[in-house]
Write a protein that binds this ligand. Sequence first.
Ligand code: NDP
Ligand code: 2IT
Length: 445
Amino acid sequence: MDLNKIMNNLEKKHPGEVEYLQAVREVLESIEEVVNENPHFEAAGIIERIVEPDRVLTFKVPWVTDSGSVEVNLGYRVQFNNAIGPYKGGLRFHPSVNLSILKFLGFEQIFKNSLTTLPMGGGKGGSDFNPKGKSDKEIMRFCQAFMLELWKIIGPDTDVPAGDIGVGGKEIGYLYGMYKKLQREHTGVLTGKGLGWGGSLIRPEATGFGTVYFAKEMLATKNESFLGKKVAISGFGNVAWGATMKVTELGGKVVTISGPDGYVYDPDGISGDKIEYMLELRASNQDIVAPYAEVFPEATFFPGKHPWEVKVDVALPCATQNELNEEDAKNLINNGCMCVAEGANMPSTPEAVHLLQKSGVLFGPGKAVNAGGVATSGLEMTQNAEKLAWTREEVDAKLHQIMTSIHEACVKYGTKEDGSVDYVKGANVAGFLKVANAMIDLGIL
Ligand code: NDP
Ligand code: 2IT
């Protein structure tokens, strides 16, 4: 495989799609060896086919504000690859959303979903709609207008969207309501649904819980555990919330959370009521984490800073892409951090990943670490198909088992000669092989 030639071609075809090109390069670099060992992949054009989405739907979303003015946002759904199951992946509502970001997320989703062991292909969608400061009614009208276009191309066996940044239970409700009205069917077409209308227990917690289950396995390779460990978490959304809960339960102390405005350091640990308060903070729709330090005076707010300057044992970036750079990685290393596990999608820059790995820090990439969210979406799909609801314990046990199996897959494909594990390579190779083999079986399509 000629990696440079493939990347040059992609850069020419998709100029300026920085995040997408970054994600593709990272995967291709780590699967290069396995592709070269399997000439039938090259003969079937697997790489050229896997890096391009099957199709992209772009649409406008006109909606009316409470004051009566008309707004127009852009909506997207990237259906990337359905070799092993229906397209599956979240919807992101954030002003930064563009095609490059959704293509990077959809591409990553192919390999992540493959790692879950469940039959799900890769997709992603969203809008540049900014939920910040919007009323409930405005969010509802936006979601309804968005679904008015999206419903035509999704379905429980075709494409199953879910949440991501800016899309939680409330938005899924409005989206699902509109789908149900248009399609006249009550099916598992979206995941992350409310418990009373087809949702699964543990889905809200799943990404954060899964992140910590995976990090626990990583630490165990060094005979370490979360007990007594100091942990830095970024973000204060869905993933950060679930991760904070589980770290605390396992005896660790979460000392930071962050928002676009900066980070909060709480030396007493973010536990109990403070975790509940994270939900309030998020629901306030104000996009800032600073009020935490006003409500809990033992905490300090550091405006405009990343939490990675705090001395911790474990770092769990759970906010957004490229939020942990080379400088941040240096800070973590100098402070003796032993493990970085990505709860968010691609939060570490390539330079940061390189430095962390070179310095012997355990580094778990998002597509393995945060796969618990989509895995539990897969479990929600199964429950919907069975028309049954499993208990909290059943879902949690399956999630735990899936995360352990993903860790095993990373160890199988990522163990180096010196015995250390390259989790980036392990996750990419394991995720890729299953999809590539399916694509071979299914013919050139
Ligand atoms: P939420 O919307 O619940 O929270 C996202 C958090 O990140 C918020 O605190 C948000 O603040 C913050 N954030 C967003 N953009 C930025 C930015 N540019 N700089 C700093 N902070 C920012 O989303 P989730 O918790 O669901 O998602 C977090 C990450 O986890 C994302 O990378 C997502 O793709 C990934 N993920 C999510 C899964 C899920 O099931 N929800 C599954 C797997 C991965 P604000 O919105 O106020 O800007
Ligand atoms: O990035 C992700 O894996 C998600 N946002 C969850 C996707 C899903 O379909 O549950």
